[in-house]
Design a protein. Structure first.
Length: 279
């Protein structure tokens, strides 16, 4: 699937280049110099015409080649190409230093020239891509504290990663010493059968890294919630002694007390006057 997507990208880019070259050719043909050259039948050896036509031809060749690879990729055909040039994989290793500092180093492992295209892809899938995916998690962190802890966690597993590199180098040395194709096939099959051990070790590292990220995110969320609760408590404490319209309440109290006294006074006077007028 990766190959199919890659070839679609190549076809798209070659199409853009082809259209661009034709646009430039059209602009040149309709320019003053182009009209003058056409009138004198002298466009065959014009540098602009040669460049645009060459680019157009190359883009068509790339498009056709990519189309063929795209079709074969859809059909599931993958060429068993032998490697004519040296190829390698890169494994990042973090080593802890004094005072909490770390150093990052990339271990380069050269693959045998007798490896096929399929074998290289398999090694990348089993070893290189998973380890680099874990390492990328460190750089994807936006929080410096989380990043520091991820560096430390990755560094703690340096023996795991270095052992993977050492064991794979030992396998490559044995593979290169194989005298026949049959011996190399046997060694390769043993590597594939033992690949689960490598994947388990890498999975252990990945799980620990994910635990650190999860714990740090949970801690950060709890910390932010605690700050919100603290701010809310402070606001409640500040407003605990505050009463809206306090002055108006005082006036209402004074008024009510005065009215009560008047009611009591005049109530008693009314009773006395009734007694005087009683026959």
């Amino acid at each position: 699937m990766d190959r199919v997507i890659q070839e679609i990208r190549h076809m798209f880019i070659s199409s853009i280049i082809l259209v661009t070259s034709r646009v430039f050719y059209y602009i040149f043909e309709n320019s003053t110099w182009g009209i003058f050259a056409t009138a004198n039948n002298d466009t065959s050896f014009d540098p602009m015409v040669i460049i645009t036509n060459t680019i157009a031809i190359l883009s068509v060749i790339i498009f056709v080649f990519s189309l063929i690879r795209f079709i074969t990729g859809l059909l599931g055909y993958e060429p068993n190409i032998k490697l004519t040039t040296s190829i390698h994989i890169e494994i990042p290793i973090i080593k802890q230093k004094k005072f909490g500092r770390v150093s990052v180093k990339k271990v380069i492992i050269k693959l045998p020239g007798t490896f096929t295209y399929d074998q290289v892809k398999e090694v990348q899938k089993i070893i290189e891509r998973p380890i680099n995916a874990i390492f990328i998690k460190i750089h994807n962190s936006d929080d410096q504290d989380v990043e520091k802890k991820l560096y430390g966690t990755y560094a703690e597993f340096e023996p795991y990663i270095r052992t993977i590199c050492d064991d794979f180098n030992a396998f490559i040395d044995t593979y290169n010493k194989a005298a026949t194709v049959e011996e190399r096939d046997i060694l390769w099959n043993r590597f594939i059968s033992c690949s689960q051990v490598i994947q388990d070790a890498i999975r252990t590292i990945d799980q620990n890294m994910n635990t650190v990220i999860k714990d740090e995110l949970a801690y950060k969320a709890d910390y932010e919630q605690a700050l919100k609760n603290l701010s809310k408590d402070e606001a409640v404490q500040k407003t605990a002694g505050y009463q809206p319209f306090q002055n108006l309440q005082v006036l209402n109290t004074i008024y009510d007390d005065g009215m009560d006294k008047l009611f009591i006074k005049y109530g008693q006077m009314t009773k006395k006057s009734k007694k005087k007028h009683t026959f």
